[in-house]
Design a protein around this ligand. Structure first.
Ligand SMILES: [Zn+2]
Length: 336
């Protein structure tokens, strides 16, 4: 099983529409052990290093039976690795192989109101259930547990403003389900009408070097007016975006207004300048780059911007104060 899982992880890990940095997780159950991706580890690295942690399934099942979804992940550390914060989701799905992804074609729908109503009766999606957004960890685990009690046959759980959970008896079965779910939701994406790259390559500001983010699609977030106008309002749409890129973006209406900033102002590592470009500091790193690309991929799939469900201020604060997330970020920054 391990080698088939590793091949699967390497395969999906290369697809930016399925896996972004250390996001998502994969597990399988074997002889009473739940092998689950370690917190902060990248699915894409499965062929290069050990990314799975063994956890006694019986211990997790006991807690689920007691209705306790708030487990101390430190107690399940093994080989210096802590299980994913979403380990309970994997334990409560009765399937041998369980995969949780922030799959972009679906995520772009999961941030829209009426998702649940729109998919009711869609047979192509298999047996599924839906849970509204909840803070990842215990609250999300409880929501999914309750949904699975009502829909015990569900092999797919759609998680509002978050992602999907897919179970199957084999990797093949799960992969097939993920493919058909993504195909069901995929739409044609935005195509740029204006300039494709920033006219400014790099600059120094506040003691930091900033470079134009090296992706012509991501540059559209600043170069295309219809996308730029949405940055502020449609920023906080799903947890990993907020956790890695912050509560709100730093936006400037022109290169001039940016250059007029005080020299010693404390700048974040990501800056959007209208009609000029998207710039990142040398410290930005691969984990945040993956999230920035994901954000473009989601935003470029959103047609109807009137019906978006954004994370509330409270939900954003809750995510940014989250100890487990700080641990995961630290690990993924080390990995990335
Ligand atoms: Zn997730």
């Amino acid at each position: 099983m391990k080698s088939v899982i590793n091949e699967f992880c390497t395969r999906i890990g290369r697809n930016r529409l399925l896996v972004q940095g250390a996001g998502g997780n994969v597990s399988w159950k074997q002889a009473g052990i739940l092998w689950v991706k370690a917190s902060g580890a990248c699915i894409a690295d499965a062929d290069k290093s050990e990314i799975f942690v063994p956890v006694e399934l019986g211990k997790l099942s006991d807690q689920i039976r007691l209705g306790n979804f708030d487990i101390d992940l430190r107690l399940h550390e093994s080989g210096g690795m802590r299980p994913s914060i979403e380990v309970m989701l994997h334990a409560m799905m009765r399937f041998t192989v369980v995969v949780h992804l922030h799959a972009v074609p679906v995520l772009a729908k999961l941030v829209q109101a009426r998702f649940k109503e729109d998919i009711s009766g869609a047979r192509a999606l298999g047996k599924f259930c839906f849970v509204s957004y909840a803070m990842p960890g215990a609250a999300l685990a409880k929501g999914i547990h309750d949904a699975l009690v009502s829909s015990p046959d569900a092999n797919v759980v759609f998680m509002g403003n978050h992602g999907i959970l897919v179970g199957g008896e084999s990797v093949h079965e799960v992969e097939k389900a993920i493919d058909s779910i993504c195909a069901f939701f995929e739409v044609s994406t935005f195509s740029a009408g204006g300039a494709s790259s920033s006219s400014v390559g790099s600059f120094y500001k506040s003691g930091k070097r900033f470079i134009a983010f090296p992706d012509s699609e991501v540059q559209q977030l600043a170069l295309d007016d219809s996308l730029f106008c949405r940055l502020e309002k449609d920023w906080a749409l799903y947890p990993d975006h907020v956790v890695f890129l912050g509560a709100c973006p730093l936006i400037f209406d022109s290169e001039k207004s940016f250059m007029e900033l005080e020299a010693d102002v404390d700048l974040p590592d990501l800056v959007f300048i209208r009609n000029t470009g998207v710039f990142v500091s040398d410290d930005f790193g691969s984990a945040r780059s993956a999230q920035l690309i994901c954000y473009f991929d989601v935003l470029s799939r959103l047609r109807n911007v009137d019906n978006l469900v954004r994370l509330t201020e409270f939900q954003v604060e809750e995510l940014l104060g989250w100890e487990a997330e700080k641990y995961r970020q630290k690990r993924s920054n080390l990995a990335g």
